[in-house]
Design a protein around this ligand. Structure first.
Ligand SMILES: Nc1ncnc2c1ncn2[C@@H]1O[C@H](COP(=O)(O)OP(=O)(O)O)[C@@H](O)[C@H]1O
Ligand SMILES: [Mg+2]
Length: 360
């Protein structure tokens, strides 16, 4: 039996979505092979001890305040679990911070490591990684808050010279479409930038692509595989926060209705995007398929995608004949494999060092 500490919640606006993801995983984890132990990260950033965490997961009790007296590190070192499944979306959970903490206590965990998580969370670094791997991405102007405050006219000129309307303005570090604006008139750029800078000190102004939104699930460590693609049919002007969570009117079409060649291309690009950021375990890669040109653009990669049983990520695997409960088990195996491989390398490196000349 593998005991999995399921960390959920967190400080980001995706706290509630994370609870839903963790609830689904806890319910579907194949017993007795996997035992899920819920550990909540409260909204104040502190961990909650496992009993109260279990109650929160079941919808009883508030996740506003953690238990400052509970030390996850002490709990982990006492040997209560074999691996951690961090199911915390967004800032503080998906951006390498939690992964770094887990590295520092040498806990195996599911999913991408520190660098891949950090690169994927920050859209400026993510786009640089994609560009370096020669992946197709939308033209964009990256703007820092201080440049915007000091050189607004020059930047506005740079934007209007480089891009045609509409633009998408988005904070570099966000998610769930929070802070994203579709700008249809130049006069609306100012308000869109202000909103973007509410969430981060860097924003991207991107060429708006008239496109179908296609997503692919990737699974694996060194030899990642891609699922069949799915499509999001946004119910609003674009796939915004309301559409994702509040109205939930967006429709998911799985598998996406695409020709065999496009399916092949989008799966190949998804694997290339995963490798470009150095991903591990799993990730969802999101694309734009431009209507006029039929060209694919990689929009983003999510290293901790929504993971309820009805979320895109597991649904796309189900369409590719990998069941939700088996997927959970596979993720745990991949996390343990990655930890063992890294430990073996560390041990070998230590052995080499022991043979090296002493400095002190
Ligand atoms: N360049 C673009 N062209 C067209 N639509 C876009 C563009 N960028 C973002 N969008 C729309 O905004 C949504 C959210 O943007 P995205 O970059 O995916 O940020 P998030 O990390 O918040 O999901 C997308 O799903 C899409 O509907
Ligand atoms: Mg997105």
């Amino acid at each position: 039996m593998t005991r999995v500490a399921l960390i959920f919640g967190g400080r980001s606006p995706e706290h509630d979505v994370s609870i839903l993801s963790a609830r689904s995983v806890a319910a579907a984890a194949p017993r007795p092979r996997i035992e899920a132990i819920p550990v909540c990260m409260a909204r104040d950033g502190f961990f909650v001890e496992p009993h109260r965490s279990a109650a929160i997961l079941e919808g009883r009790g508030s996740a506003d305040i953690g238990d400052p007296a509970f030390s996850f590190e002490t709990w982990w070192r006492a040997g209560h679990a074999d691996i951690v499944f961090p199911l915390v979306h967004g800032v503080g959970g998906e951006d390498g911070v939690l992964q770094g903490y887990l590295e520092s206590i040498d806990a195996p965990y599911v999913g991408s490591g520190v660098a891949a998580s950090a690169v994927s969370m920050d859209k400026t670094h993510m786009k640089h990684a994609f560009a370096a791997a020669k992946l197709p991405i939308a033209d964009a102007v990256h703007v820092t808050e201080s440049d915007w405050r000091n050189e607004r006219e020059r930047i506005t000129r740079a934007v209007t010279n480089a891009l045609r309307l509409p633009y998408f303005v988005k904070p570099a570090n966000s998610g769930s479409s929070i802070g994203v604006t579709k700008v249809k008139r130049d006069g609306d750029l100012l308000a869109a930038m202000d909103l973007g800078f509410t969430f981060d000190d860097k924003v991207l102004v991107e060429r708006g692509i008239d496109a179908r939104e296609i997503e692919v699930s990737v699974l694996g460590n060194d030899r990642p595989e891609a699922s069949l693609p799915g499509e999001i049919l946004a119910a609003r002007d674009f796939y915004d926060y309301e559409d994702k969570y509040a109205d939930g009117k967006a429709e998911l079409v799985i598998p996406a209705k695409l020709g065999a060649d496009k399916i092949e291309e989008v799966r190949r690009l998804a694997i290339a995007a995963f490798k470009a950021i150095g991903g591990a375990g799993y990730a969802r890669v999101d694309f734009f398929l431009e209507r006029g040109t039929n060209r694919l653009y990689v929009n983003e990669i999510n290293t901790i995608p929504g993971f309820t049983s009805i979320s895109m990520y597991p649904k796309m695997w189900e369409a590719t004949e990998l069941k939700y409960s088996r997927l959970i088990e596979r993720l745990v195996e991949l996390g343990l494999e990655r930890h063992a491989a890294r430990k073996a390398r560390r041990d070998k490196a230590m052995e080499w060092l022991r043979g090296a000349r002493k400095i002190v």
